[in-house]
Ligand binder design. Structure first.
Ligand SMILES: *Cc1c(COP(=O)(O)O)cnc(C)c1O
Length: 384
């Protein structure tokens, strides 16, 4: 069997361009000829359209998803001397953003079924931290919840714990554009939602981009101020800020793509159903979707006790898979033994790190491509 080439299809960002080429080219040409390249009508237009899509009152475009998290935290007044709870099972960006804001991350274990923050582990981590607090004096201020792989975390339970402890809640929605929980979009549950428009995301630009969404006008104003040197009046900084702007070219292209997001997420869910069916009866654990959740399937992640051998077998059959992520944050050289966590440890995080495998997922796969992948999965049944 010819590996790879038989199932060749372009990577997601390129496929996205070809799927929407005419509209994207026109949008780019319009911006280039328009003479306004930073914070003009495209960015303002996208902010209004994205806020409406998510169901939030405000959206503020920034340079990338990491900045969206950092500026959301800073807008909440969080910085040096503060502690922020989050998960170790996430993209490095989540933890990097907390440290960039000046705060100290505290890691919480996940629920193995949804791969998202375990509310019981959150409660324990808060209690453990409060017991240490007398000596350390680092005040808990916020929780950054990650809707990993496109599955929303258990927001009702997490909000209850956070509110009882006076904590702000920021949602990391970098993998959850359009995901809903009880009919409400990811990003509208907490105080603010941070989105990334990195090219591989469900809503992806052709370069970097990000946004903060919120219903609090005060928070939106602060992010707006912080993203441009802390200006309220042009050229006069009211607070020390940064440069983190969504540019006009990216905003114009995002405006082309946003109206297609709902259909493209539905296409991801259809592919997930096909995978689920073709893997029925195998020993692989397929993704569970909690009641009330509409999954955005940024990734389709299965679990196998023999993950590395499975990855190699699929590679030989021409199917490229990925591991999200090879290491939890707390085991990476940059963070190892440096970050605090609750007393019970991060056992579920460490268990799933050895088992997860992301199967190919894209709304742009052709029927032939899907048939080829599903065919291989079905014939690999004995092995799986
Ligand atoms: C992609 C991602 C980010 C960061 O986004 P950038 O735009 O690359 O800075 C943050 N959190 C998670 C979970 C992500 O997947």
């Amino acid at each position: 069997m010819q590996p790879a080439a038989a199932h060749y299809s372009p990577a997601l960002p390129e496929a996205r361009y070809f799927a929407h080429r005419v509209e994207l080219d026109a949008a780019v040409a319009q911006v280039l000829a328009g003479g306004q390249y930073i914070l003009g009508e495209q960015t303002a237009g996208f902010e209004a359209e994205f806020a409406r899509f998510v169901g939030a009152k405000h959206a503020v475009g920034v340079a990338n998803g990491t900045d969206a998290l950092e500026l959301a935290l800073r807008a909440c007044g969080i910085g040096r001397g503060d502690a922020v709870l989050t998960v170790s099972w996430t993209a490095t960006a989540t933890v990097a953003a907390i440290e960039r804001a000046g705060a100290t991350p505290i890691l919480v274990d996940i629920d193995e079924t949804s791969f998202t923050m375990d509310p019981a582990a959150l409660t324990e981590a808060i209690e453990d931290h409060q017991a240490r607090l007398q000596t350390e004096g680092s005040g808990l201020k916020a929780v950054v919840v990650v809707h990993l792989y496109g599955h929303p975390a258990d927001m009702a339970s997490i909000l209850k714990v956070a509110r009882a402890n006076g904590l702000r809640v920021i949602e990391d929605c970098a993998q959850a554009h359009g995901a809903t929980l009880d009919g409400r979009m990811a990003g509208t549950w907490g105080d603010a939602g941070a989105f990334s428009f990195y090219p591989t995301k469900n809503l992806g630009a052709f370069g970097d981009g990000g946004a903060v969404v919120t219903n609090e006008p005060g928070l939106a104003d602060k992010v707006r101020m912080l993203r441009e040197y802390g200006w309220v009046t042009r050229q006069v900084s009211s607070v020390p800020g940064v440069n983190s702007r969504l540019d006009e070219l990216q905003a114009a292209m995002l405006r082309v793509l946003l109206p297609h997001l709902t259909v493209e997420n539905a296409r991801r869910r259809e592919l997930a159903v096909e995978y689920q069916q073709s893997l029925a009866g195998s020993s692989l654990k397929t993704p569970q979707v909690r009641a009330g959740v509409q999954h955005a399937f940024h990734q389709y992640v299965v679990r196998s006790s023999d993950r590395d051998r499975l990855k190699e077998e699929l590679r030989k059959q021409g199917i490229a898979t990925q591991v999200h992520y090879p290491l939890p944050i707390h085991l990476m050289p940059a963070y190892e033994r440096r970050l605090a966590h609750g007393k019970r440890g991060l056992k579920s995080t460490e268990t799933i790190a050895k088992e997860v495998l992301s199967l190919p997922m894209s709304p742009y796969f052709t029927q032939e491509k899907v048939r080829a992948i599903v065919g291989v999965l079905s014939t690999c049944k004995d092995f799986l």
